[in-house]
Write a protein that binds this ligand. Structure first.
Ligand code: ADP
Length: 593
Protein backbone atom coordinates (compact mmCIF):
# COMPACT_ATOMS: atom_id res chain seq x y z
CA UNK A 1 0.00 0.00 0.00
CA UNK A 2 2.82 2.39 0.88
CA UNK A 3 4.77 1.50 -2.22
CA UNK A 4 3.34 4.38 -4.20
CA UNK A 5 4.95 7.78 -3.92
CA UNK A 6 1.52 9.22 -3.26
CA UNK A 7 0.98 7.14 -0.11
CA UNK A 8 4.55 7.66 1.01
CA UNK A 9 4.10 11.42 0.85
CA UNK A 10 0.83 11.18 2.78
CA UNK A 11 2.49 9.04 5.45
CA UNK A 12 5.50 11.35 5.73
CA UNK A 13 3.31 14.44 6.09
CA UNK A 14 1.00 12.79 8.68
CA UNK A 15 3.96 11.53 10.72
CA UNK A 16 5.55 14.95 10.50
CA UNK A 17 2.46 16.75 11.73
CA UNK A 18 1.73 14.20 14.47
CA UNK A 19 5.29 14.28 15.77
CA UNK A 20 5.37 18.10 15.71
CA UNK A 21 2.11 18.21 17.65
CA UNK A 22 3.35 15.59 20.13
CA UNK A 23 6.53 17.57 20.74
CA UNK A 24 4.60 20.85 21.06
CA UNK A 25 2.05 19.18 23.41
CA UNK A 26 4.72 17.64 25.63
CA UNK A 27 6.64 20.90 25.72
CA UNK A 28 3.47 22.80 26.57
CA UNK A 29 2.45 20.45 29.39
CA UNK A 30 5.97 20.50 30.77
CA UNK A 31 6.08 24.31 30.60
CA UNK A 32 2.83 24.57 32.49
CA UNK A 33 4.17 22.27 35.26
CA UNK A 34 7.37 24.28 35.48
CA UNK A 35 5.43 27.52 35.58
CA UNK A 36 3.21 26.10 38.39
CA UNK A 37 6.29 25.01 40.34
CA UNK A 38 7.98 28.38 39.92
CA UNK A 39 4.91 30.39 40.84
CA UNK A 40 4.40 28.17 43.98
CA UNK A 41 7.89 28.97 45.23
CA UNK A 42 7.56 32.66 44.31
CA UNK A 43 4.28 32.82 46.19
CA UNK A 44 5.87 31.21 49.26
CA UNK A 45 8.95 33.43 49.08
CA UNK A 46 6.79 36.54 48.71
CA UNK A 47 4.83 35.66 51.82
CA UNK A 48 7.64 34.32 53.98
CA UNK A 49 9.92 37.33 53.76
CA UNK A 50 12.54 37.80 56.55
CA UNK A 51 10.21 40.18 58.46
CA UNK A 52 7.40 37.62 58.55
CA UNK A 53 9.83 34.89 59.54
CA UNK A 54 11.15 37.07 62.41
CA UNK A 55 7.58 37.82 63.47
CA UNK A 56 6.67 34.11 63.27
CA UNK A 57 9.71 33.21 65.36
CA UNK A 58 8.53 35.76 67.88
CA UNK A 59 5.02 34.27 67.85
CA UNK A 60 6.45 30.77 68.21
CA UNK A 61 8.53 31.82 71.18
CA UNK A 62 5.54 33.29 72.81
CA UNK A 63 2.63 31.01 71.92
CA UNK A 64 4.20 27.82 70.59
CA UNK A 65 2.76 25.68 67.81
CA UNK A 66 -0.84 26.74 68.37
CA UNK A 67 0.15 30.44 68.02
CA UNK A 68 2.08 29.60 64.88
CA UNK A 69 -0.93 27.82 63.37
CA UNK A 70 -3.05 30.92 63.92
CA UNK A 71 -0.36 33.20 62.45
CA UNK A 72 0.08 31.03 59.32
CA UNK A 73 -3.69 30.66 58.92
CA UNK A 74 -3.83 34.41 58.43
CA UNK A 75 -1.95 33.86 55.12
CA UNK A 76 -4.04 30.90 54.04
CA UNK A 77 -5.69 32.75 51.17
CA UNK A 78 -2.48 34.37 49.95
CA UNK A 79 -0.73 31.01 50.00
CA UNK A 80 -3.67 29.19 48.39
CA UNK A 81 -3.95 26.83 51.35
CA UNK A 82 -6.61 24.21 50.94
CA UNK A 83 -7.21 20.44 51.00
CA UNK A 84 -4.76 19.93 48.17
CA UNK A 85 -2.23 22.39 49.60
CA UNK A 86 -2.28 22.04 53.40
CA UNK A 87 0.30 23.45 55.81
CA UNK A 88 1.90 21.69 58.77
CA UNK A 89 3.61 22.95 61.90
CA UNK A 90 6.43 20.53 62.77
CA UNK A 91 8.87 20.51 65.63
CA UNK A 92 12.64 20.72 65.13
CA UNK A 93 12.78 16.97 64.60
CA UNK A 94 10.22 17.06 61.81
CA UNK A 95 7.37 15.65 63.89
CA UNK A 96 3.82 16.79 63.37
CA UNK A 97 2.49 19.33 65.86
CA UNK A 98 -0.27 21.23 64.15
CA UNK A 99 -1.81 21.41 60.70
CA UNK A 100 -4.44 22.82 58.33
CA UNK A 101 -6.75 20.16 59.67
CA UNK A 102 -6.54 17.38 62.17
CA UNK A 103 -6.51 14.53 59.68
CA UNK A 104 -3.14 15.49 58.31
CA UNK A 105 -1.12 14.01 61.19
CA UNK A 106 -0.88 10.57 59.61
CA UNK A 107 -0.26 11.72 56.09
CA UNK A 108 3.06 13.44 56.68
CA UNK A 109 6.04 12.12 54.81
CA UNK A 110 9.54 13.25 55.68
CA UNK A 111 10.74 14.77 52.45
CA UNK A 112 14.17 16.10 51.56
CA UNK A 113 12.90 19.63 52.09
CA UNK A 114 11.85 18.78 55.71
CA UNK A 115 15.28 17.26 56.31
CA UNK A 116 16.88 20.41 54.86
CA UNK A 117 14.77 22.58 57.21
CA UNK A 118 15.70 20.39 60.18
CA UNK A 119 19.30 21.23 59.35
CA UNK A 120 18.48 24.94 59.41
CA UNK A 121 18.00 25.74 55.73
CA UNK A 122 14.79 26.50 53.87
CA UNK A 123 13.77 23.41 51.85
CA UNK A 124 12.69 24.64 48.44
CA UNK A 125 13.65 21.82 46.11
CA UNK A 126 11.11 20.04 44.04
CA UNK A 127 11.09 18.88 40.49
CA UNK A 128 8.28 18.70 37.95
CA UNK A 129 8.45 14.93 38.14
CA UNK A 130 7.82 14.76 41.91
CA UNK A 131 4.31 13.83 42.98
CA UNK A 132 4.27 16.63 45.56
CA UNK A 133 5.71 20.16 45.57
CA UNK A 134 6.70 21.22 49.06
CA UNK A 135 8.52 23.88 51.02
CA UNK A 136 9.86 23.65 54.60
CA UNK A 137 10.75 26.87 56.47
CA UNK A 138 12.76 26.46 59.72
CA UNK A 139 11.98 28.75 62.69
CA UNK A 140 14.07 29.35 65.84
CA UNK A 141 11.97 30.27 68.85
CA UNK A 142 14.46 30.49 71.65
CA UNK A 143 17.57 31.92 69.96
CA UNK A 144 19.74 28.90 70.74
CA UNK A 145 20.58 28.36 67.10
CA UNK A 146 18.48 25.18 66.97
CA UNK A 147 15.50 24.75 64.72
CA UNK A 148 12.42 24.62 66.98
CA UNK A 149 9.63 24.66 64.46
CA UNK A 150 9.21 24.02 60.80
CA UNK A 151 6.41 25.45 58.69
CA UNK A 152 5.84 22.86 55.98
CA UNK A 153 3.54 23.43 53.01
CA UNK A 154 2.91 20.47 50.65
CA UNK A 155 1.01 20.88 47.40
CA UNK A 156 -0.57 17.69 46.02
CA UNK A 157 -0.31 19.11 42.46
CA UNK A 158 -3.98 18.35 42.00
CA UNK A 159 -4.51 21.63 40.20
CA UNK A 160 -1.61 21.11 37.87
CA UNK A 161 -2.65 17.50 37.28
CA UNK A 162 -6.12 18.65 36.29
CA UNK A 163 -4.61 21.35 34.12
CA UNK A 164 -2.16 18.93 32.49
CA UNK A 165 -4.93 16.44 31.84
CA UNK A 166 -6.98 19.18 30.24
CA UNK A 167 -4.01 20.25 28.19
CA UNK A 168 -3.44 16.67 27.20
CA UNK A 169 -7.02 16.35 26.05
CA UNK A 170 -6.77 19.60 24.06
CA UNK A 171 -3.53 18.47 22.50
CA UNK A 172 -5.05 15.08 21.64
CA UNK A 173 -8.08 16.74 20.11
CA UNK A 174 -5.87 19.14 18.19
CA UNK A 175 -3.82 16.17 17.12
CA UNK A 176 -6.90 14.39 15.81
CA UNK A 177 -8.03 17.42 13.86
CA UNK A 178 -4.48 18.09 12.76
CA UNK A 179 -4.16 14.53 11.58
CA UNK A 180 -7.37 14.73 9.59
CA UNK A 181 -6.30 18.03 8.09
CA UNK A 182 -2.84 16.59 7.43
CA UNK A 183 -4.25 13.55 5.68
CA UNK A 184 -6.50 15.71 3.56
CA UNK A 185 -3.85 18.29 2.78
CA UNK A 186 -1.16 15.72 2.16
CA UNK A 187 -3.48 13.90 -0.21
CA UNK A 188 -4.01 17.07 -2.17
CA UNK A 189 -0.38 18.11 -1.95
CA UNK A 190 1.02 14.75 -2.92
CA UNK A 191 -1.48 14.59 -5.78
CA UNK A 192 -0.02 17.78 -7.24
CA UNK A 193 3.42 16.17 -7.13
CA UNK A 194 2.52 12.67 -8.24
CA UNK A 195 0.02 13.49 -11.00
CA UNK A 196 2.61 15.05 -13.36
CA UNK A 197 4.99 12.20 -12.54
CA UNK A 198 2.27 9.70 -13.39
CA UNK A 199 1.62 11.54 -16.66
CA UNK A 200 5.31 11.43 -17.54
CA UNK A 201 5.43 7.72 -16.63
CA UNK A 202 2.44 7.05 -18.90
CA UNK A 203 4.06 9.11 -21.68
CA UNK A 204 7.29 7.14 -21.33
CA UNK A 205 5.33 3.88 -21.51
CA UNK A 206 3.58 5.02 -24.70
CA UNK A 207 6.91 6.03 -26.24
CA UNK A 208 8.33 2.62 -25.36
CA UNK A 209 5.36 1.11 -27.22
CA UNK A 210 6.28 3.15 -30.29
CA UNK A 211 3.90 6.16 -30.02
CA UNK A 212 6.59 8.77 -30.48
CA UNK A 213 4.33 11.80 -30.95
CA UNK A 214 3.81 12.21 -27.18
CA UNK A 215 3.74 15.83 -25.97
CA UNK A 216 2.74 16.51 -22.37
CA UNK A 217 1.23 19.83 -21.26
CA UNK A 218 3.61 21.88 -19.07
CA UNK A 219 1.52 23.09 -16.13
CA UNK A 220 4.13 24.62 -13.87
CA UNK A 221 7.51 26.26 -14.03
CA UNK A 222 8.99 24.31 -11.10
CA UNK A 223 11.25 21.25 -11.27
CA UNK A 224 8.35 19.06 -12.39
CA UNK A 225 7.50 21.54 -15.15
CA UNK A 226 11.17 21.46 -16.17
CA UNK A 227 11.07 17.64 -16.13
CA UNK A 228 7.96 17.69 -18.36
CA UNK A 229 9.68 20.09 -20.78
CA UNK A 230 12.77 17.86 -20.89
CA UNK A 231 10.52 14.85 -21.46
CA UNK A 232 8.81 16.59 -24.39
CA UNK A 233 12.18 17.52 -25.86
CA UNK A 234 13.38 13.93 -25.43
CA UNK A 235 10.22 12.60 -27.15
CA UNK A 236 10.73 15.05 -30.03
CA UNK A 237 14.41 14.12 -30.47
CA UNK A 238 13.55 10.45 -30.19
CA UNK A 239 10.88 10.82 -32.85
CA UNK A 240 13.21 12.54 -35.28
CA UNK A 241 16.10 10.16 -34.56
CA UNK A 242 13.87 7.10 -34.92
CA UNK A 243 12.49 8.65 -38.13
CA UNK A 244 16.01 9.06 -39.48
CA UNK A 245 16.96 5.52 -38.48
CA UNK A 246 13.72 4.20 -39.99
CA UNK A 247 14.44 6.12 -43.23
CA UNK A 248 17.93 4.65 -43.40
CA UNK A 249 16.52 1.20 -42.70
CA UNK A 250 13.90 1.60 -45.42
CA UNK A 251 16.56 2.71 -47.86
CA UNK A 252 18.73 -0.26 -46.94
CA UNK A 253 15.90 -2.77 -47.15
CA UNK A 254 14.84 -1.40 -50.56
CA UNK A 255 18.45 -1.70 -51.61
CA UNK A 256 18.64 -5.26 -50.28
CA UNK A 257 15.36 -6.13 -51.91
CA UNK A 258 16.25 -4.93 -55.38
CA UNK A 259 20.00 -5.34 -55.62
CA UNK A 260 21.22 -8.01 -58.01
CA UNK A 261 23.95 -9.11 -55.62
CA UNK A 262 22.88 -11.46 -52.87
CA UNK A 263 23.26 -10.47 -49.22
CA UNK A 264 22.75 -12.82 -46.27
CA UNK A 265 23.43 -12.30 -42.57
CA UNK A 266 24.29 -14.95 -39.99
CA UNK A 267 24.76 -14.84 -36.23
CA UNK A 268 28.00 -16.08 -34.71
CA UNK A 269 26.49 -19.51 -34.14
CA UNK A 270 25.70 -19.73 -37.85
CA UNK A 271 21.95 -19.09 -37.75
CA UNK A 272 20.62 -17.39 -40.88
CA UNK A 273 18.82 -14.17 -39.92
CA UNK A 274 18.50 -12.30 -43.19
CA UNK A 275 18.52 -13.13 -46.88
CA UNK A 276 17.50 -10.94 -49.81
CA UNK A 277 15.58 -12.27 -52.84
CA UNK A 278 18.76 -12.18 -54.97
CA UNK A 279 20.43 -14.61 -52.54
CA UNK A 280 17.42 -16.90 -52.71
CA UNK A 281 17.56 -17.08 -56.48
CA UNK A 282 21.38 -17.28 -56.65
CA UNK A 283 21.66 -20.07 -54.07
CA UNK A 284 18.36 -21.73 -54.91
CA UNK A 285 17.29 -21.83 -51.26
CA UNK A 286 14.58 -20.07 -49.31
CA UNK A 287 14.68 -18.24 -45.99
CA UNK A 288 12.04 -20.67 -44.68
CA UNK A 289 14.44 -23.60 -45.21
CA UNK A 290 16.20 -22.37 -42.06
CA UNK A 291 19.61 -23.48 -43.29
CA UNK A 292 22.66 -22.69 -41.21
CA UNK A 293 25.95 -21.17 -42.37
CA UNK A 294 27.68 -24.55 -42.32
CA UNK A 295 24.94 -26.19 -44.35
CA UNK A 296 25.02 -23.44 -46.96
CA UNK A 297 28.78 -23.13 -47.24
CA UNK A 298 30.11 -26.60 -46.52
CA UNK A 299 32.48 -26.11 -49.48
CA UNK A 300 34.15 -22.94 -48.14
CA UNK A 301 37.30 -23.69 -46.22
CA UNK A 302 37.22 -21.23 -43.32
CA UNK A 303 39.80 -23.13 -41.32
CA UNK A 304 42.40 -22.36 -43.93
CA UNK A 305 41.77 -18.61 -43.67
CA UNK A 306 44.31 -16.62 -41.73
CA UNK A 307 43.42 -14.57 -38.64
CA UNK A 308 43.57 -11.15 -40.35
CA UNK A 309 41.29 -12.29 -43.16
CA UNK A 310 38.79 -13.58 -40.59
CA UNK A 311 38.74 -10.17 -38.91
CA UNK A 312 38.37 -8.15 -42.10
CA UNK A 313 36.85 -10.10 -44.95
CA UNK A 314 37.29 -13.31 -46.81
CA UNK A 315 36.61 -13.96 -50.48
CA UNK A 316 35.89 -17.31 -51.98
CA UNK A 317 34.17 -18.83 -54.99
CA UNK A 318 31.35 -21.34 -54.99
CA UNK A 319 29.30 -22.97 -57.72
CA UNK A 320 25.54 -23.14 -57.28
CA UNK A 321 22.96 -24.21 -59.88
CA UNK A 322 25.61 -24.16 -62.59
CA UNK A 323 26.61 -20.55 -61.86
CA UNK A 324 29.89 -19.36 -60.42
CA UNK A 325 29.41 -17.04 -57.44
CA UNK A 326 32.02 -14.98 -55.67
CA UNK A 327 31.33 -14.91 -51.92
CA UNK A 328 32.66 -12.20 -49.64
CA UNK A 329 32.32 -12.92 -45.94
CA UNK A 330 32.77 -10.00 -43.56
CA UNK A 331 32.29 -10.03 -39.79
CA UNK A 332 30.03 -7.47 -38.13
CA UNK A 333 29.78 -6.61 -34.44
CA UNK A 334 32.04 -8.62 -32.14
CA UNK A 335 32.76 -12.12 -33.35
CA UNK A 336 32.83 -13.50 -29.81
CA UNK A 337 29.56 -11.89 -28.72
CA UNK A 338 26.72 -10.01 -30.39
CA UNK A 339 27.36 -9.91 -34.11
CA UNK A 340 28.00 -12.39 -36.87
CA UNK A 341 28.89 -12.62 -40.52
CA UNK A 342 27.53 -10.88 -43.61
CA UNK A 343 27.86 -12.79 -46.86
CA UNK A 344 27.70 -10.99 -50.22
CA UNK A 345 27.22 -13.04 -53.41
CA UNK A 346 28.09 -11.84 -56.87
CA UNK A 347 27.36 -13.82 -60.00
CA UNK A 348 30.63 -13.99 -61.92
CA UNK A 349 29.59 -16.68 -64.39
CA UNK A 350 29.65 -14.30 -67.38
CA UNK A 351 32.98 -12.88 -66.28
CA UNK A 352 34.39 -16.40 -66.00
CA UNK A 353 32.98 -17.28 -69.44
CA UNK A 354 34.54 -14.15 -70.90
CA UNK A 355 37.87 -14.96 -69.28
CA UNK A 356 37.61 -18.47 -70.62
CA UNK A 357 36.69 -17.20 -74.11
CA UNK A 358 39.60 -14.78 -74.04
CA UNK A 359 42.02 -17.51 -73.00
CA UNK A 360 40.64 -19.82 -75.67
CA UNK A 361 40.87 -17.04 -78.25
CA UNK A 362 44.52 -16.34 -77.47
CA UNK A 363 45.28 -20.06 -77.56
CA UNK A 364 43.45 -20.36 -80.90
CA UNK A 365 45.23 -17.38 -82.43
CA UNK A 366 48.60 -18.73 -81.33
CA UNK A 367 47.76 -22.14 -82.63
CA UNK A 368 46.38 -20.88 -85.95
CA UNK A 369 49.44 -18.75 -86.57
CA UNK A 370 51.93 -21.29 -85.34
CA UNK A 371 50.86 -24.02 -87.81
CA UNK A 372 51.58 -22.05 -91.02
CA UNK A 373 54.63 -20.51 -89.38
CA UNK A 374 56.03 -23.97 -88.56
CA UNK A 375 55.37 -25.05 -92.14
CA UNK A 376 57.06 -21.97 -93.57
CA UNK A 377 59.98 -22.44 -91.20
CA UNK A 378 60.54 -26.11 -91.99
CA UNK A 379 60.21 -25.66 -95.76
CA UNK A 380 62.56 -22.69 -95.72
CA UNK A 381 65.07 -24.64 -93.59
CA UNK A 382 64.93 -27.57 -96.00
CA UNK A 383 65.43 -25.27 -98.97
CA UNK A 384 68.38 -23.55 -97.29
CA UNK A 385 70.00 -26.79 -96.11
CA UNK A 386 69.74 -28.52 -99.42
CA UNK A 387 70.32 -25.50 -101.61
CA UNK A 388 71.22 -26.61 -105.15
CA UNK A 389 70.58 -30.31 -104.38
CA UNK A 390 66.84 -30.14 -104.75
CA UNK A 391 65.21 -30.83 -108.07
CA UNK A 392 63.64 -27.66 -109.47
CA UNK A 393 60.08 -29.13 -109.35
CA UNK A 394 60.42 -29.99 -105.66
CA UNK A 395 61.86 -26.55 -104.99
CA UNK A 396 58.95 -24.97 -106.79
CA UNK A 397 56.55 -27.12 -104.82
CA UNK A 398 58.21 -26.09 -101.52
CA UNK A 399 58.10 -22.44 -102.47
CA UNK A 400 54.42 -22.90 -103.38
CA UNK A 401 53.71 -24.26 -99.88
CA UNK A 402 55.60 -21.37 -98.30
CA UNK A 403 53.64 -18.92 -100.38
CA UNK A 404 50.23 -20.45 -99.58
CA UNK A 405 51.07 -20.68 -95.85
CA UNK A 406 52.09 -17.03 -95.82
CA UNK A 407 48.82 -16.21 -97.59
CA UNK A 408 46.97 -18.10 -94.87
CA UNK A 409 48.80 -16.19 -92.16
CA UNK A 410 48.04 -12.96 -93.94
CA UNK A 411 44.35 -13.93 -94.16
CA UNK A 412 44.23 -14.80 -90.46
CA UNK A 413 45.90 -11.55 -89.51
CA UNK A 414 43.58 -9.59 -91.81
CA UNK A 415 40.52 -11.31 -90.40
CA UNK A 416 41.72 -10.74 -86.85
CA UNK A 417 42.29 -7.08 -87.60
CA UNK A 418 38.82 -6.82 -89.11
CA UNK A 419 37.29 -8.45 -86.03
CA UNK A 420 39.27 -6.25 -83.69
CA UNK A 421 38.11 -3.15 -85.54
CA UNK A 422 34.52 -4.40 -85.40
CA UNK A 423 34.89 -5.19 -81.67
CA UNK A 424 36.16 -1.77 -80.78
CA UNK A 425 33.80 0.10 -83.09
CA UNK A 426 36.72 1.38 -85.10
CA UNK A 427 35.36 0.00 -88.34
CA UNK A 428 33.44 2.83 -89.85
CA UNK A 429 30.65 1.75 -92.18
CA UNK A 430 30.52 3.70 -95.38
CA UNK A 431 26.79 3.83 -95.81
CA UNK A 432 25.50 4.25 -99.35
CA UNK A 433 22.25 3.52 -101.10
CA UNK A 434 22.67 0.72 -103.59
CA UNK A 435 20.72 -1.95 -105.45
CA UNK A 436 20.71 -5.26 -103.61
CA UNK A 437 20.10 -7.18 -106.85
CA UNK A 438 23.20 -5.63 -108.42
CA UNK A 439 25.26 -6.36 -105.36
CA UNK A 440 24.24 -10.04 -105.26
CA UNK A 441 24.83 -10.53 -108.95
CA UNK A 442 28.22 -8.94 -108.57
CA UNK A 443 29.23 -11.31 -105.72
CA UNK A 444 27.83 -14.32 -107.57
CA UNK A 445 29.73 -13.28 -110.69
CA UNK A 446 33.00 -13.15 -108.76
CA UNK A 447 32.33 -16.57 -107.24
CA UNK A 448 31.03 -18.19 -110.40
CA UNK A 449 34.37 -19.36 -111.70
CA UNK A 450 35.39 -20.93 -108.36
CA UNK A 451 32.02 -22.66 -108.13
CA UNK A 452 32.26 -23.98 -111.64
CA UNK A 453 35.80 -25.16 -111.01
CA UNK A 454 34.41 -27.22 -108.12
CA UNK A 455 31.70 -28.57 -110.39
CA UNK A 456 28.86 -26.71 -108.67
CA UNK A 457 25.85 -25.12 -110.16
CA UNK A 458 25.46 -21.61 -108.80
CA UNK A 459 22.11 -19.92 -109.34
CA UNK A 460 21.14 -16.40 -108.41
CA UNK A 461 17.54 -15.46 -107.76
CA UNK A 462 17.38 -11.68 -107.29
CA UNK A 463 14.10 -10.24 -108.66
CA UNK A 464 14.11 -6.73 -110.10
CA UNK A 465 11.48 -5.74 -107.55
CA UNK A 466 14.05 -6.02 -104.79
CA UNK A 467 14.14 -2.81 -102.75
CA UNK A 468 17.25 -0.69 -102.61
CA UNK A 469 19.41 -1.00 -99.56
CA UNK A 470 21.30 1.53 -97.45
CA UNK A 471 24.48 0.03 -96.05
CA UNK A 472 28.20 -0.43 -96.42
CA UNK A 473 28.20 -2.22 -99.78
CA UNK A 474 31.78 -3.41 -99.58
CA UNK A 475 31.30 -5.00 -96.13
CA UNK A 476 27.97 -6.59 -97.08
CA UNK A 477 29.55 -7.97 -100.25
CA UNK A 478 32.30 -9.42 -98.02
CA UNK A 479 29.62 -11.13 -95.88
CA UNK A 480 27.72 -12.64 -98.85
CA UNK A 481 30.99 -13.67 -100.53
CA UNK A 482 32.09 -15.39 -97.34
CA UNK A 483 28.86 -17.35 -96.99
CA UNK A 484 28.92 -18.26 -100.69
CA UNK A 485 32.53 -19.34 -100.42
CA UNK A 486 31.59 -21.55 -97.43
CA UNK A 487 28.82 -23.12 -99.51
CA UNK A 488 31.32 -23.77 -102.27
CA UNK A 489 33.95 -25.09 -99.85
CA UNK A 490 31.71 -27.41 -97.89
CA UNK A 491 29.76 -28.87 -100.79
CA UNK A 492 31.21 -31.87 -102.62
CA UNK A 493 31.74 -31.47 -106.34
CA UNK A 494 28.55 -31.29 -108.38
CA UNK A 495 26.52 -29.55 -105.75
CA UNK A 496 23.82 -26.97 -106.11
CA UNK A 497 24.22 -23.56 -104.59
CA UNK A 498 21.46 -20.99 -104.66
CA UNK A 499 21.78 -17.33 -103.78
CA UNK A 500 18.44 -15.59 -103.44
CA UNK A 501 16.91 -12.47 -101.94
CA UNK A 502 13.45 -11.16 -101.28
CA UNK A 503 11.71 -8.36 -99.46
CA UNK A 504 10.91 -9.20 -95.88
CA UNK A 505 8.10 -7.13 -94.48
CA UNK A 506 7.94 -3.43 -95.19
CA UNK A 507 11.43 -2.48 -94.23
CA UNK A 508 13.65 -5.53 -94.44
CA UNK A 509 15.24 -7.75 -97.04
CA UNK A 510 16.29 -11.33 -96.66
CA UNK A 511 19.30 -12.88 -98.39
CA UNK A 512 19.52 -16.66 -98.45
CA UNK A 513 22.40 -18.93 -99.43
CA UNK A 514 21.44 -22.59 -99.76
CA UNK A 515 23.62 -25.54 -100.60
CA UNK A 516 23.25 -29.29 -100.69
CA UNK A 517 26.69 -29.88 -99.22
CA UNK A 518 28.08 -31.79 -96.23
CA UNK A 519 25.84 -30.04 -93.73
CA UNK A 520 26.68 -29.55 -90.08
CA UNK A 521 25.95 -31.84 -87.13
CA UNK A 522 23.17 -30.38 -84.99
CA UNK A 523 25.37 -30.07 -81.90
CA UNK A 524 27.84 -27.79 -83.72
CA UNK A 525 25.30 -25.37 -85.17
CA UNK A 526 24.95 -23.13 -82.09
CA UNK A 527 28.71 -22.59 -81.86
CA UNK A 528 29.45 -21.83 -85.53
CA UNK A 529 29.54 -18.07 -85.05
CA UNK A 530 32.25 -18.39 -82.37
CA UNK A 531 35.72 -17.31 -83.37
CA UNK A 532 37.90 -20.15 -84.72
CA UNK A 533 35.10 -22.67 -84.33
CA UNK A 534 35.22 -25.19 -87.11
CA UNK A 535 33.44 -28.48 -87.58
CA UNK A 536 36.11 -30.08 -89.68
CA UNK A 537 39.40 -28.33 -89.06
CA UNK A 538 41.39 -30.21 -91.69
CA UNK A 539 38.80 -29.55 -94.38
CA UNK A 540 38.55 -25.90 -93.42
CA UNK A 541 42.30 -25.48 -93.48
CA UNK A 542 42.65 -27.35 -96.74
CA UNK A 543 40.04 -25.04 -98.22
CA UNK A 544 41.94 -21.98 -96.96
CA UNK A 545 39.48 -21.18 -94.15
CA UNK A 546 40.47 -19.27 -91.05
CA UNK A 547 37.48 -20.13 -88.85
CA UNK A 548 36.70 -16.42 -88.53
CA UNK A 549 34.46 -15.92 -91.57
CA UNK A 550 31.10 -16.46 -89.87
CA UNK A 551 32.17 -14.46 -86.80
CA UNK A 552 33.07 -11.49 -89.03
CA UNK A 553 29.82 -11.90 -90.99
CA UNK A 554 27.80 -11.84 -87.79
CA UNK A 555 29.55 -8.67 -86.53
CA UNK A 556 29.03 -6.83 -89.83
CA UNK A 557 25.36 -7.86 -90.06
CA UNK A 558 24.81 -6.80 -86.46
CA UNK A 559 26.40 -3.44 -87.15
CA UNK A 560 23.78 -3.03 -89.85
CA UNK A 561 21.18 -3.90 -87.20
CA UNK A 562 20.42 -7.10 -89.00
CA UNK A 563 20.35 -10.80 -88.09
CA UNK A 564 22.15 -13.84 -89.42
CA UNK A 565 21.01 -17.43 -88.89
CA UNK A 566 22.27 -20.81 -90.02
CA UNK A 567 20.18 -23.94 -90.40
CA UNK A 568 21.69 -27.19 -91.46
CA UNK A 569 20.99 -30.86 -91.80
CA UNK A 570 24.03 -33.07 -91.53
CA UNK A 571 24.82 -34.68 -94.88
CA UNK A 572 22.05 -32.80 -96.68
CA UNK A 573 22.98 -29.18 -96.85
CA UNK A 574 23.05 -25.81 -95.20
CA UNK A 575 20.99 -22.64 -95.43
CA UNK A 576 22.27 -19.29 -94.19
CA UNK A 577 19.78 -16.45 -93.90
CA UNK A 578 20.67 -12.78 -93.51
CA UNK A 579 17.93 -10.32 -92.65
CA UNK A 580 18.79 -6.66 -93.09
CA UNK A 581 16.84 -3.44 -92.65
CA UNK A 582 16.65 -1.56 -95.95
CA UNK A 583 17.49 1.62 -94.09
CA UNK A 584 14.69 3.37 -95.99
CA UNK A 585 11.41 4.76 -94.74
CA UNK A 586 8.27 3.13 -96.25
CA UNK A 587 7.99 6.16 -98.59
CA UNK A 588 11.32 5.25 -100.09
CA UNK A 589 13.34 7.95 -98.31
CA UNK A 590 16.61 7.16 -96.64
CA UNK A 591 16.16 6.92 -92.90
CA UNK A 592 17.99 9.51 -90.85
CA UNK A 593 20.35 7.42 -88.79
P1 ADP B 1 36.03 -21.22 -92.25
O1 ADP B 1 37.02 -20.21 -92.56
O2 ADP B 1 36.60 -22.42 -91.56
O3 ADP B 1 35.09 -21.51 -93.31
P2 ADP B 1 33.74 -20.00 -91.11
O4 ADP B 1 33.60 -19.16 -89.85
O5 ADP B 1 33.35 -19.36 -92.35
O6 ADP B 1 35.20 -20.53 -91.09
O7 ADP B 1 32.89 -21.30 -90.89
C1 ADP B 1 33.00 -21.97 -89.69
C2 ADP B 1 32.76 -23.44 -89.87
O8 ADP B 1 31.40 -23.65 -90.18
C3 ADP B 1 33.48 -24.02 -91.02
O9 ADP B 1 34.78 -24.43 -90.62
C4 ADP B 1 32.62 -25.19 -91.39
O10 ADP B 1 33.00 -26.30 -90.63
C5 ADP B 1 31.24 -24.74 -91.04
N1 ADP B 1 30.48 -24.29 -92.24
C6 ADP B 1 30.26 -22.99 -92.60
N2 ADP B 1 29.47 -22.95 -93.69
C7 ADP B 1 29.16 -24.22 -94.03
C8 ADP B 1 28.39 -24.83 -95.04
N3 ADP B 1 27.77 -24.08 -95.97
N4 ADP B 1 28.32 -26.18 -95.05
C9 ADP B 1 28.94 -26.91 -94.12
N5 ADP B 1 29.68 -26.41 -93.14
C10 ADP B 1 29.81 -25.07 -93.07
Amino acid sequence: MFRSLHMKLVLILVLLIVSVMAVVGTFLINSVSTFYLDSFYEQVQDVFDPALIASLEQTAAETGAAGLKTAVSAYAVTLGIGDYRPYYILDGEGRYLEGWNENLAGSLTRTSNIIAAMAGGTGTRSSVADSVIDVAIPLQADGDGQVDYIIYIADQKQEISDLSWRFFQIVMQAMMFGMLAAILLSFLLSKTITTPIERITEGARLIAEGHYDQQLGVQSSDEIGELTRSFNYMAERLKSTIGEVQGERDKLSTLFLHMTDGVAAFTTDGTLIHMNPATESLLGVRMEDGLSFDELFADIDLLGADETAMRTFLTSEITRRGRVLSVTLAPYGALDGEGGVIAVFHDITEQRKLDEARREFVANVSHELRTPLTNIHSYTETLLDAAGDIPPETEKQFLGVISSESDRMARIVTDLLTLSKLDYGRMELRMTRFSLGDMLKNVAGAMKLTAENSGHELTVDAPDTLPALVGDRERLEQVVANILSNAVKYTPSGGHIRLSACAHGQSHVRITVEDDGVGIPEADVPRLFERFYRVDKARSRAAGGTGLGLAIAKEIVQQHEGRIALASEYGKGTTVTITLPTGLTPGGEEAQA
